[in-house]
Design a protein around this ligand. Sequence first.
Ligand SMILES: Cc1cc2nc3c(=O)[nH]c(=O)nc-3n(C[C@H](O)[C@H](O)[C@H](O)COP(=O)(O)OP(=O)(O)OC[C@H]3O[C@@H](n4cnc5c(N)ncnc54)[C@H](O)[C@@H]3O)c2cc1C
Length: 392
Amino acid sequence: MPLWSNWSGRQQARPVAVPFLRSEADAQALVRDAAANGTSIRVAGAGHSHAPLVISDGIIADASGLAGVIGTDTAARRAWVWAGTPIYALGRPLHDAGLALKNQGDIDRQAIAGAVATGTHGSGPALQNLSAAVTGARVVLASGETVDCAADAHSDLWQVARLNLGALGVVTRLQLQLREAYKLVERGWSEPYEALLPKLADLIAANRHFEFFWYPYNDTAIAKAIQETDAQPVYPLAEEGARCAWNYEVLPNHRPHRHTEMEYSVPAGSGPECLGAIRELIRRDFPELQWPVEYRTVAADDVWLSMAYGRPTVTVSVHQDISVDEEPYFRACEEIFLSFEGRPHWGKVNYLDGAQLAVCHPRWRDWWAARDQVDPDQLFLNEYLRGVRPPR
Ligand SMILES: Cc1cc2nc3c(=O)[nH]c(=O)nc-3n(C[C@H](O)[C@H](O)[C@H](O)COP(=O)(O)OP(=O)(O)OC[C@H]3O[C@@H](n4cnc5c(N)ncnc54)[C@H](O)[C@@H]3O)c2cc1C
């Protein structure tokens, strides 16, 4: 049996097969065959989730052969892209069409469908996550049929597709709402946490993107502010914190250090207090921690399962080395996050059961009802998702 492993190596599976999908016809044939044999399917993106989303002892389909930009509509500022396209491979062709993602995360190694499936986000109080950019999707359902969904066509399926946890079917194409190409200039600096905190609200309001990592061992923040600019791009690109170039050259970073991560989204107004509580916890109970805590902002959206559904959001992420048992630290953090009405990042670690997730997500049952209609036999669920689904 093949071995499938995620980016950190902490999630491993022994699926019966890892077929490589090169076309929608491949996806349809795979789904029909698996359904006939009663073998469950999970689709893998780039394997960058810390959560056990891809894990399966059935089939893990590799969708990375479905790659590239299918077509752009510069006037509408939209593009159809193949689902397995790495985010790094979107930047240049979109740019050549005068277009750009409005925002993206810390890294650009994820497949676009993988990032969308978990609500992957960057930072910026006026900028939504990638799921909110999805205006259309094509999905191979458990029946083997292909459906095109959008706000005005199969709208419930579209809502599920926008943040789907890989549970709707094989997503083969996505249509994304973009904006005109733009350049960014970034400024990175370091200062004591106590000095940064009083300026936090102003820094968030004054910059298109603002984020910082707080390092417990020296109580210092490494901050980054990014603004749009008309300045000429500077090549070769400078180090992170000093780049001036096109959006897709400035926003992604190199993050080679293997770690595992928990992230919660809290109402934006609670962000500083929540971070303060995490800081207190670390200083009191985990003083040896070497890994930072990250603080970002995300605009509210209307994506059913989004961590930012209906509320402006601050995200607080905690990290641990892969050689260390993260559970005591993460569980202590989770207790604090929940006390601030936090919602867990779908691609990162959490310990919530289905009842707790239902409390976090007002549209939890709607999401499951729409999903179940097209996959009544649970072909696209794995053990984790079966464990958290609401009782029928
Ligand atoms: C170093 C690092 C940095 C990160 N930075 C950020 C960040 O800045 N912001 C943030 O929000 N998150 C971040 N993440 C989390 C990451 O963006 C998410 O976990 C994302 O879902 C990973 O995408 P992937 O392509 O690796 O998908 P995978 O982890 O492989 O899969 C994620 C989900 O997508 C589904 N899926 C993938 N492709 C398809 C398809 N074609 N059809 C149906 N389902 C599919 C899978 O079944 C699974 O449910 C980071 C993770 C790492 C390891």
